[in-house]
Write a protein of this length. Sequence first.
Length: 207
Amino acid sequence: MSCKERQLRYYTEQSSRTKIKSLIFSTDALQYVCTIFHHIIGIILPMKRKALENSFIADAMLGTLTRWLRLAGVDVEYDKQIDDDTLIKRAMYSSLVILTRDRSIAKRKDVPDHLLIWSNHLPEQVLEFIQVFEIDTLESAFTRCIRCNTLLEEVEKDSLEGQIPPYVWKTQNEFRRCNNCKRIYWAGTHRENAESFLRKVIGNFKE
Ligand SMILES: [Zn+2]
């Protein structure tokens, strides 16, 4: 190797080391900036709570939202006849988060943990909900009775003979039943449409 070649190789190696060093530094610096940014955002915007780790009670005006949240697996109590005082007492007694469209409920000083829903339309109501309570998975979807909130149990097809429509009997093999209201659930077009709505409106699921 000539003297010139050796010199060139030396400069090339030095230059690569500097590049690697500056790359390592910039990665560390970037991580540091991200950590600071994350802390600042955490202070400014409260972190989202996990919907599936909380239990809710909805007021009489949120029947449709209740059914859709139950479809996603969220635990939501609902009684169309419930009065405000009973709703609040029930929430306090069982540590439930109140979902309400009623501003007079949200303003009350004795109201515990609650979320005031402003919109009258389902997609916006879902968006308002997920801005505070994150639903990041569909793992628990279709595990809860949408009529009464009870967790569904898998049931053998043979035990349901004569209880389900013939077309469903021919085309479906997996069934779940609510042991409270006895409603039977199976996969089908309704479920596909529901899943598509949940994916579209809620989005960002872990697969
Ligand atoms: Zn049920």
